[in-house]
Every structure is written in C-alpha cells, then in structure tokens.
Design a protein around this ligand. Sequence first.
Ligand SMILES: NC(=O)c1ccc[n+]([C@@H]2O[C@H](COP(=O)([O-])OP(=O)(O)OC[C@H]3O[C@@H](n4cnc5c(N)ncnc54)[C@H](OP(=O)(O)O)[C@@H]3O)[C@@H](O)[C@H]2O)c1
Length: 264
Amino acid sequence: MKIYSVITGASQGFGKAMALEFAKRKMNLVLIALPNSGLKDVSEFIQQHFAVEVRYLELDLSLVESCYSISKYIKKHQLQIKYLVNNAGVLSRGLFSSLDEQFILRQIDVNVTTPTLLVRLLLGNLKTNAPSGILNISSMASFFALPTKQVYGGTKAYLTSFSKSLAKELKQDNVSVTAICPGGLNTTTRLCYQNRLLGWVSRKSVLNPEDAAVIAVQSLLRRKEVVIPGFINNCLMVLDKILPEFIKDKLANREIKKLPVSIP
Ligand SMILES: NC(=O)c1ccc[n+]([C@@H]2O[C@H](COP(=O)([O-])OP(=O)(O)OC[C@H]3O[C@@H](n4cnc5c(N)ncnc54)[C@H](OP(=O)(O)O)[C@@H]3O)[C@@H](O)[C@H]2O)c1
C-alpha cells in the first residue's frame, strides 16, 4: 500500500521547494497547480531524480469543483494520504479601493475556501492513515494590521486561526495541524526585486524558499502547531508584543513606502 502527500501550488516557489523536500524524504506525491504552469515538468523531474511516485493534477483551485475533483481522484485510485499541504495562495499588495473585485473573490477562494474544503474532504483519509498531518501555509501577515495587505492578511489570519483550533480538535484522532507563517520569501522574480528595496532588517528577515521548506517539513513531521521561520522574524514577533502601536505603524508605513505601488 503506497502512502502519498498532497501539495497544492507545487509548480513553483515555496510549494515546489516543499515538494523537493518531501521527495528527499522518499515520500510519494500528489502535486496540484494550474494548467500550463510547468507542473508536469516538475513532477517528472522529481519522479526521475528521487525515485518516488509523483502524480499531478492541473486544476484551478479558485473553483470549489476542483476540490471535489481532487477528492474523487484520490478515492478512485484508492490513494492513502498521510500529509496534506495547503500551499497554493494568491499574494497581493495594493490599496483596497484599487483591487479588482473579481481578484479579491478569487484570492479569498484560493486562500480560504479551498484549504478549508480540502481538509474537510480529505480528513477521513488522513484519520485512516494516522499519525498524519496537515500543513497550512499561512504568513506573518496573519498577525499584523498592514495597509495594502488587508485582504491577503485577512485570509492568512483565518488560516492561522483555523489551524490552531483544528489542531486541538484533531489531537484525539492523531492528525496534527501545523500553520507555518513565513515573513518574506524570495519566490517570484517580482518578490525578489521588491525584497531588495526593503530596509536592512526587513531584507535580512527574507528567507529563500529552499531554507523555509526544510523548516516547514520538519515542523510538520515534529507536529508543531504555529511556526515562524527565521531568527529575525521571531525577534520581530517579540518586538510586536512590546512596541506601542504608533511606533509599529510608523515602522510598517516606512517599509511599505519603499515599495513601488503594486497590485497583484
Ligand atoms: N512569497 C512570500 O513572500 C510569502 C510569504 C509568506 C507566505 N507565503 C505563502 O506561501 C505560499 C506560496 O507562495 P509563493 O510565494 O511560493 O507563491 P507563488 O510562487 O506565486 O506560487 C503560488 C503557487 O500557488 C499556485 N496557485 C495560485 N493560484 C492557484 C489557483 N487558482 N489554482 C491552482 N494553483 C494556484 C501557483 O500555481 P501556478 O504556478 O499554476 O500559478 C503556484 O504553484 C502562499 O500561500 C503564500 O501566501 C508567501
């Protein structure tokens, strides 16, 4: 009987780095991303180089039907799921009044609806294969009130809160729930560029996806609940608890002003 881990948004960035990290640990994979995103190449590469079985599904995760398609595929092929990684996410930065309504709805669907529904649909399978685990990719933005990151931060605040409550509920079933909350990650070309415009502390807090992926997978396997990767990011969380609100606002606004106005 073969055991699999499901990773959403595995065609590039953090999801791809985590897929490689799982494969290094000899875990079979079911990878999911949008059609024509290079997922087939990533899957074939991993299968050839790591001697694991990799299946892939090209689906739009902003659609509820895609979650049901994943669940149906897993049932049809009788796949045993040990880990579910909800990584696919839509990032954004921009004034709320300038965000396109359809974009906002799609962001909420990919970042909130899909991870929630996937957990619900795959939970029976995860319970059967316990000890098993869920890894939800949240963000440090889930802890802060950040102008230009209102909807994104809100979706990630949901994911962190959902993970924390679910972790308590699923303890009795031996299914762990980990929320990893990275700060900046050098994933896309745009983010690599933007991260270089930040101040010294913020720049130093940015991690490479490969380093963050090691922390994420270790945290999942060690059944941790909420994880903030990186020493500087953990220091920033301590500062957040002790600094008064007006100083935090000043510091956040200063960093945000360094970045070009950018929508999605
Ligand atoms: N980068 C950061 O600074 C940062 C910081 C904290 C947290 N995070 C979180 O980390 C996760 C990964 O981010 P990333 O920087 O690696 O982003 P990324 O490079 O843009 O990758 C996002 C992944 O999600 C997939 N995806 C997006 N929309 C999708 C949809 N509708 N249907 C199917 N797949 C979809 C993408 O697939 P396609 O290739 O097909 O588009 C891609 O594989 C996200 O949840 C993000 O919120 C990122």
